[in-house]
Ligand binder design. Structure first.
Ligand code: NAD
Length: 493
């Protein structure tokens, strides 16, 4: 690998953005490249009064922005999309450096983020209202959709480029202003997008970025001029956001954590299933809300044993290292605490009596890197649905394998989970696939798909403890979220 391929040459001090880049007076914290353990930047814990200034500017900008034609509003997004495409490779490399994922995974993330800008460009059509003449004699009734003001998007570390784009382009296209608070663990992607927002010429105060930790979230939650919050992150924080939005009278989308299941029926072709499972369990080093956590193998002992053998064989070949090296298939965990959490779960699995078939604590890295955040893929077999490793979100490269007697029992186990983000089935039976999607309580269902990630045109599902709210991120749902429906009943004498 050529080290010059790293686009971050000097330590970056992240600034906030409200149309101009503004230096914060808040305390600076390190941003670490998890593959090398080097400091690559500094991120401020922005002070409440600085956040208030940005909210005030966005509130002023809203007055003019809402009067800008929707056709013109989306032209700024066309321009932004063009600039993001021009910088596609650099933006992808930044994600790898600040997050640790492989360069292919980063390119995938950039593409998925851009899809949301494309989807948001349809807002001018999707935000149209409806009407009916003569609801009573000579009386007509109309429903018009209007933007509300300034929204906040509070986002997690695992997709630093994409997740803020589940909200920001839709907010802006519908005539609102947005303040993004990215994860302080990897805020560089949003800093770079802000540079391109500036180049695209969006008016000041329309697209904003505020950096910070818990206090920044809290200031956005309690501020009266923030009309609503889009949140993506862990379940405990999602609940907190949901409760506080209720307390402060704001609308909210709160997407939480996950524990996802994959059912493998005995009629499926394991040569096709295994590669899909590798991506689902170990892609992004397991740091995906759609990552598989538990595989439920339906069938006899012969099928189960064959599956375990093939799965371990394929998993053992995954090459681990610096994601900028295109031969690497799995990067590090994004941070040391995340690695510690995974190590604790591996110990717990052993204590709970699951069989450790592949131990991620023993691994080798391709290059001479810091091992601080690295961990190898782990496989447990003989896992029971009642074990904590089967119930809790590990958010790392750990695969639990369970043997299940039949399809009905598999559905029962999935529905027993507190989470409801995603579930997939591998089968050749159309009947079982239909029963699966009909009966499983999860927001994203895959049929012969390892990672059922909706494209930007569709909303991103989630049920039970994986989601709090009514309308979800992405697609038509988020366009509706950003609009108030006003009813006009009209009569002329
Ligand atoms: P997190 O909940 O720790 O942080 C998310 C955001 O909330 C960050 O911006 C963070 O600064 C802020 N935050 C964290 N704790 C806070 C607190 N106590 N008070 C105020 N603000 C706080 O999540 P994470 O670790 O960054 O991301 C991983 C989690 O996100 C996983 O649980 C994963 O499943 C989930 N996730 C869910 C989805 C989905 O669509 N359901 C998508 C991606 C990630």
């Amino acid at each position: 690998m050529n080290i010059l391929d790293n686009p971050i040459k000097d330590i970056i001090t992240i600034k906030n953005f409200d149309g101009d880049f503004v230096e914060s007076k808040g305390i600076l914290h390190d941003i670490i490249n998890p593959a090398t353990d080097e400091v690559i930047g500094k991120v401020p814990d922005t002070k409440p009064e600085e956040i208030d200034t940005i909210i005030a500017r966005a509130t002023r900008a809203f007055q003019e922005w809402r009067q800008t034609s929707p056709l013109i509003r989306v032209r700024y997004l066309f321009k932004l999309k063009e600039l993001l495409e021009e910088n596609f490779e650099e933006l992808s490399r930044i994600q790898t450096v600040e997050h640790g994922k492989t360069i292919d995974e980063s390119r995938g993330e950039t593409r998925r983020g851009l899809e949301n800008i494309e989807a948001a460009c349809a807002a001018s059509t999707l935000m149209m209202g409806h009407n009916l003449e003569d609801v009573s004699s000579g009386i007509d009734e109309h429903c018009i959709y209007q933007p509300l003001g300034v929204f906040a998007a509070i986002t997690p570390y695992n997709f630093p480029f994409m997740v803020p784009l589940w909200f920001a382009p839709y907010a802006v296209a519908t005539g609102n202003c947005i303040i993004i608070k990215p994860s302080p663990k990897d805020p560089i992607s949003q800093y770079k997008i802000a540079e391109l927002v500036l180049e695209a010429g969006l008016p000041e105060g329309v697209w904003n970025v505020v950096n910070g930790f818990n206090n920044a979230t809290n200031r956005l939650l309690e501020h009266p001029d923030i009309k609503g919050v889009g949140f993506v992150g862990s379940t405990s924080v999602a609940k907190y956001i949901y409760e506080n939005c209720g307390k402060y009278g704001k609308r909210v989308v709160a997407q939480g954590g996950a524990k996802n299941f994959i059912v493998i029926m005995p009629d499926s072709d394991l040569n096709k299933v295994i590669p899909a499972l590798l991506t689902s369990f170990f892609g992004n080093a397991g740091q995906r809300c759609l990552a598989a956590g538990n595989a439920l193998i339906v069938g006899d002992n012969k099928f189960y044993d064959r599956f375990i053998k093939m799965f371990i064989e394929a998993t053992s070949k995954i090459s681990i290292g610096y994601g900028l090296d295109s031969d690497v298939q799995m990067g590090p965990m994004q941070n040391i605490e995340a690695k510690k959490r995974v190590l604790q779960y591996i110990e717990l699995g052993v204590e709970e009596g699951a069989k450790l078939k592949l131990d991620g604590r023993k691994f080798s890295i391709k290059e001479n890197l810091s091992e601080a955040c690295f961990i190898g893929p782990t496989i447990f077999s003989e896992v029971l649905p009642t074990m904590r490793i089967a119930k809790e979100e590990i958010f790392g490269p750990v695969a639990n394998i369970m043997k299940v007697d039949n399809f009905e029992r598999a559905v029962e186990i999935i529905n027993f989970s507190n989470y409801g983000n995603a579930a997939s089935i591998f089968t050749n039976s159309g009947r079982l696939a239909r029963e699966f999607r009909y009966n499983v309580s999860c927001g994203n269902i895959g049929v012969n798909i390892g990672v059922p990630a909706p494209v930007g045109l569709f909303h991103f599902g989630g049920m039970k403890d994986s989601f709090f709210g009514t309308l979800h991120a992405q697609g038509r749902d988020i366009i509706r979220f950003f609009l108030e429906g006003k009813i006009v009943i009209e009569r002329w004498f």
